[in-house]
Design a binder for this molecule. Structure first.
Ligand code: DAH
Length: 345
């Protein structure tokens, strides 16, 4: 009897299965009521009483071993079925896990959009330094030394040259790139220049010491004010809501003559009047004008032969109007609750 038990024990240990059918065979042979182990339990009464206790213990151990093995095999078969796709049918109505994608910063979105609009009408993208000399930021753009126009922009000066020569500063506008382009290239020049600019302002909801502009310039023969208007009308029509009104308002910049500021009908109230447009119905989006002949000459281009227009706008300002962002500080705080609102745009 004991030999039989030991023999079965060995069989169980060495048993392997690879299919549900073999699992069933195992169950029939070792676990079921008609199996070999039940049979041995029935024969227990034939064992001499002195041995019965020891044999009974062996038999119980055998029964447990068979049960454990059966559970292992069942699990194995289950796993194989899942892998093979024979598992219970998939519930296709279950909601999926959220697909977390990153978002583009709203300023990047708007910059890209502005670039796209101008690229499609033949402007290319140019770049220039943020640390600049006085000449490129002011001098070449017709800001005379000590002229009060320099006070229009609160400048971060980096160093003052001991000999009274070149001052270095953080550029206060992207107009420095106009000068660098005209110096380097001969007309036709048709470029836009997005970039960071700096002004010595106290940070608040309405002012920041760092912001972004996009400058544009077009220099060629026979470029007139109508080309400036056409180009900016097109831009406004592409970027803003249909029906947006545009107007040119006479203004002053040292580097353009004549100069104009460009207003559009307020995107927030549709022109009816609100606190964003200070109840005027209009908001300013850009400065512009015909490049002053002296500026063209400063760059070594003949202003008798070539004329051109330029414009400059703030990306934060445009973004504020497009997405109703009323606190400039949101752009730099990286609050994900703010940024997530631009997901998928
Ligand atoms: N540089 C001006 C500013 O920062 C914006 C500007 C106005 C740029 C007129 C231009 C322009 O090119 O023609 O306020």
């Amino acid at each position: 009897m004991l030999d039989k038990v030991r023999d079965l024990q060995q069989q169980i240990e060495q048993y392997t299965i690879t299919s549900p059918e073999q699992l069933e065979q195992f169950r029939m042979r070792f676990i079921s009521r008609k199996g070999v182990i039940t049979e041995l339990f029935e024969q227990l009464k034939l064992v001499p009483p002195t041995d019965r206790r020891a044999v009974g213990q062996e038999l119980n151990a055998l029964k447990n071993a068979a049960q454990t093995r059966f559970e292992q095999f069942s699990q194995l078969v289950d796993e194989q079925q899942t892998v093979a796709g024979n598992a219970p049918p998939l519930d296709l109505t279950l909601p999926t896990l959220p697909n977390l994608t990153g978002t583009q910063h709203p300023l990047s979105l708007v910059r890209q959009r502005i670039i796209q609009i101008f690229e499609r009408i033949g402007f290319n993208v140019a770049d220039g330094p943020e640390i600049e000399s006085d000449w490129y930021n002011f001098g070449a753009l017709n800001f005379p030394d000590n002229h009060p126009a320099r006070d229009m922009q609160d400048t971060f000066f980096i160093e003052k040259a001991a000999d009274g020569g070149t001052d270095m500063l953080l550029r206060t506008h992207t107009s420095n790139v106009q000068i660098r382009l005209m110096e380097r290239q001969s007309p036709p020049i048709r470029s836009i220049m997005p970039g960071r600019v700096y002004r010595n302002e106290t940070i608040s909801a309405r002012a920041h010491c760092l912001f972004h502009q996009v400058e544009g310039i077009y220099i060629d023969r026979n470029v007139g004010f109508k080309d400036l208007k056409d180009t900016l009308y097109h831009f406004v029509k592409e970027l803003f809501e249909p029906g947006t009104q545009i107007r040119f308002r006479p203004s002053y910049f040292p580097f353009t003559e004549p100069s104009a500021e460009i207003d559009i009908s307020c995107q927030i109230c549709g022109g009816k009047g609100c606190n964003i447009c200070k109840y005027s119905g209009w908001v300013e989006i850009a400065g512009s004008g015909m490049v002053d002949p002296q500026v063209i000459a400063n760059c070594g281009i003949d202003p008798e032969e070539y004329t051109g227009f330029a414009f400059g706008m703030g990306i934060e300002r445009i973004t504020q109007l497009k997405y109703v962002v009323n606190d400039l500080r949101l752009y730099t705080e990286n609050d994900v609750r703010f940024l997530r609102q631009f997901e998928g745009l």
